[in-house]
Design a protein around this ligand. Sequence first.
Ligand code: APR
Ligand code: PHB
Length: 401
Amino acid sequence: MTHPRHTQVAIVGAGPSGLLLARLLHRAGVDCVVLESRDRAYVEQRQRAGILEQSTVDTLREAGAADRLDREGIPHDGIELRFDGRRHRIDFPSLTGGRRVWVYAQTEVVKDLVALQLEDGPPLHFDAPVHAVEGADTDRPVVRYGHQGEERLLDCDYVIGCDGYHGVVRRAVPAGVMRVHERTYPYSWLGILADAPPVYDELIYAHSERGFALASMRSPHVSRLYLQVPNGEDPAAWPEEKIWDELDLRLGADAGWRLTRGPVTAKSVLPMRSSVTEPMRWGRVLLAGDAAHIVPPTGAKGLNLAASDVTVLAAALAAHYGDGDASLLDSYSDTCLRRVWRAEQFSYFMTSTLHTPTEHSSFDTRLQVAQLERIARSHHAAAELAENYTGVALQPFALQP
Ligand code: APR
Ligand code: PHB
């Protein structure tokens, strides 16, 4: 694949943000190049999220990247809450005027976008770590990256940091220009992949004094499960039998739920963090996805926020190059941050309501149960959760007429 010296938009990172942005720009006739530090296998195998909001599905369809999603994605109309020995189902369509979510792993979204881009998309270079962004305060920034032992340069009109929380693009912005608002949580998640059928047809979010548990899925034969564990926990401290025993205790066997044990094929500890970088733009440098914001995974918002950022950004860049209209670029950060902060608040609410940190008093735990009780009994409280979980509708990306 060629290594052009020039492009209109340099995209750093081939996660969902970078790949979806490249796909949307390519379809809008905007020239771009994607530079990814890792190899294709690493990028495609990273276990991450699994819930797509309707607006994310719409954007993937608009981008011509949803064929397999439409075949294999599983539509979900609700979730189960488990607390105080009881269960309560949140029904999305009746509470949101018909909205639902889709279960389709982020790994599969990435595989679909990589395949499309390598087939007929803009240049996508793996093993191409960006070392620096130079001239970020000029109208012709230069991206310096390595590839096959050589140092290469790519000059461009815009550099988009889709390089995640630890990325390099944000560091090209002078100190003091951007402000980071952060919170870390006093617990982590043990993420588990198991060759075992899902516990139930829908996702189960379980509050328990032993700690939070989430039963999700990847297919009718593969479960994706999570257990709240202390920060710094070693996955090796969780042999298979202990995992299944703890899930049994926290989820609590119930009519219609079946915890079928099977081989654990992957397990890792995921820290919980909230973080927002403001603004998301500085001149010709713009941030999208995890490079700009992190949410604790409890609300399943990370991938969907990334998709909404790049939907807004692609339309803004298309308007800029198509009509010379820079207004959407100028409002990019404010437009995205409204949605980001709403997702941050919801993710914080779900995380702090469902997790029981060791320092929690019995009073704290009863407060959580009271909040969960309110959701179970109040249409308004349930509708608030359903609206946030299924995501605020977003204008899908519209190709220039
Ligand atoms: N040069 C090139 N690529 C880089 C560099 C660099 N200096 N630094 C990081 N990257 C790459 C990473 O290897 C990764 O593939 O940027 C990509 C960032 O991808 P993600 O971290 O997945 O971020 P994003 O694309 O915004 O997707 C957000 O991923 O972390 C989950 O929960 C999150 O679901 C959400 C989604
Ligand atoms: C997942 O399936 O990985 C998943 C689902 C819902 C969440 C978090 C993770 O809230």
